[in-house]
Design a protein around this ligand. Structure first.
Ligand code: FAD
Length: 446
């Protein structure tokens, strides 16, 4: 593929990193983005202000020599801190010792990736270009220039669709034979709120944790920012008795928050303003296959696998697409069609697995993270895994801190769940959980 002319549609986080990695291989890369250059914009539109990066994402960033620079502008979160209605706190470490997930600003990460791409003469950004259609015979993309409103056409050897969950590139593939596609909305949406910094610029809660207010049917979470604030996200039903729809007056919002998140409300001086000013957004799962069209088009990131955000893996899995692409690249050099097909065959099951895991983790976070049995399960698992690390890696660690394929992690997680179901059936497990007999029982089952 060296010296080929390629297009990346979408200058989001995945598209921008992928452009850098293609440029490093010597390709001529044009990156098309429907929005103006976000480095010149005052505010970025779209989704969450910050997000959690973990090992899979950092591995891909490292291919661009960029992991440390991003760690330096991130805040490590070593565990979850659960807040119950009485304001009691429970802490649960994510991994061992220094294992952490990293809260980083989405806008800053994107800006820095774009600046990095600009260092390569063979990368050209074209902003304000909305991909409208692709002629797959000639591999020619039609864009609308959002400023002049003119149509523009460009032809490429290969086109990479990194244009997000509502991908126009995928829309073109959807019209080709044997292309499978599904899209499913959650009945819950989300709204971003905020804890501003204390007057002295410090954080209002422990900044090295991801804070969760699990409330059964819904939850609120908070991730720290470098400026001392937290971005707070309420995941909540769209409709129903207690829902975004039903909380429709200032009084109802205040009453609900005071009763449901009493320890958070004093830290939310602009709660009511934020609640009504900020949009309520949707959460969608997108699955499709194959991710390629011959040797002409390949989908990456949310364009091929949009997942709900509850495992913090949407971006991580999109960045992993990039690292897996370049791991496989050398093997198939020369036969691009075979390469794209093999890539799609390998990644589709992993995309589907992280979609399933993310949906399951919503239940775990909102429902179980405050539950006594759930916390005991985690404690027993952790003890067994410390004693026998080769026999048991907790599912969360497989997904977040390893590079084990998501599909394998999902299968292992299902096996572990069945084992833990049996362990939790043991008599007086709440009293005897620390006894050798519990370890012996697990040893007979693994
Ligand atoms: P996008 O970020 O959507 O970028 C696509 C780009 O393509 C955009 O710039 C868009 O303007 C452009 N574009 C779209 N259509 C066109 C077109 N027709 N023509 C030209 N350009 C186009 N992931 C994590 O790993 N950790 C987290 O903690 C996390 N938290 C999240 C929290 C929330 C609330 C949400 C909603 C998501 C979260 N995610 C998280 C998921 C993560 O945001 C996405 O997986 C990630 O942004 C996908 O990157 P992408 O580059 O594939 O797509």
């Amino acid at each position: 593929m060296e010296e080929k002319k390629v297009a990346v549609v979408g200058a989001g986080l995945v598209g921008s990193l992928f452009a850098v990695l293609l440029a490093k291989k010597g390709m001529e890369v044009d990156v098309f983005e429907r929005r103006p250059d976000l480095r010149k914009a005052k505010e970025i539109g779209g989704r969450s202000i910050n997000l959690a990066l973990s090992n899979r994402g950092f591995k891909a960033l490292e291919l661009a020599g960029f992991a440390q620079e991003i760690r330096d502008i991130s805040i490590p979160m070593y565990g979850r801190k659960m807040h119950d209605v009485e304001g009691n706190l429970t802490y649960q470490a994510y991994g061992k010792d220094n294992e952490a997930i990293y809260s980083v600003s989405r806008g800053e990460l994107n800006r820095r990736l774009m600046n990095l791409a600009d260092d390569y003469e063979n990368v050209k950004y074209r902003f304000d270009r909305f991909c409208e259609d692709i002629n797959l015979k000639e591999n020619k993309i039609e864009f609308i220039n959002e400023v002049s409103k003119d149509k523009e056409h460009y032809a490429y050897d290969h086109i990479f669709g990194a244009d997000g969950a509502f991908s126009a590139v995928r829309g073109v593939l959807q019209k080709t034979p044997m292309f499978n596609y599904s899209q499913e909305y959650l009945a819950h949406g989300y709204k971003e709120l905020s804890f501003p910094p204390n007057e002295d610029g410090t954080h209002r809660f422990d900044k090295n944790c991801l804070h969760i207010w699990p409330r059964g049917e819904f939850m609120m979470i908070a991730l720290p920012n470098l400026d001392g604030s937290f971005t707070v996200t309420l995941f909540f039903p769209h409709k129903g008795e207690t829902s975004f729809e039903s909380l429709d007056t200032e009084e109802k919002v205040m009453d609900f928050f005071k009763a449901t998140f009493p320890d958070a409300v004093p830290h939310m001086p602009t709660l009511v303003e934020d609640y009504f000013a900020n949009p309520t957004s949707n959460l969608v799962t997108v699955r499709c296959s194959p991710w390629n069209y011959e040797d002409k088009v390949l989908l990456l990131g949310d364009a091929s696998h949009a997942v709900v955000p509850f495992y913090g893996q949407g971006l991580n899995s999109g960045l992993e697409d990039c690292s897996v692409f370049f791991e496989m690249y050398e093997k198939y050099n020369g036969n691009v069609k075979e390469f794209f097909e093999a890539f799609s065959e390998q990644r589709v099951p992993d995309g589907n697995a992280i979609a399933d895991l993310a949906l399951y983790n919503y239940i775990e976070m909102r429902d179980l993270a405050g539950d006594k049995d759930f916390l005991l399960r985690k404690k027993i698992e952790r003890k067994f895994s410390d004693l026998y690390p080769n026999k048991w890696m907790p599912l969360y660690s497989q997904v977040t801190f390893s590079h084990i394929r998501y599909s394998e992690a999902l299968a292992a997680g299902n096996r572990q769940r069945k084992i833990m179901d049996e362990v939790m059936e043991m008599e007086n497990i709440h009293e005897c959980w620390d006894d050798q007999k519990v370890i012996d029982k697990i040893l007979t089952l693994v």
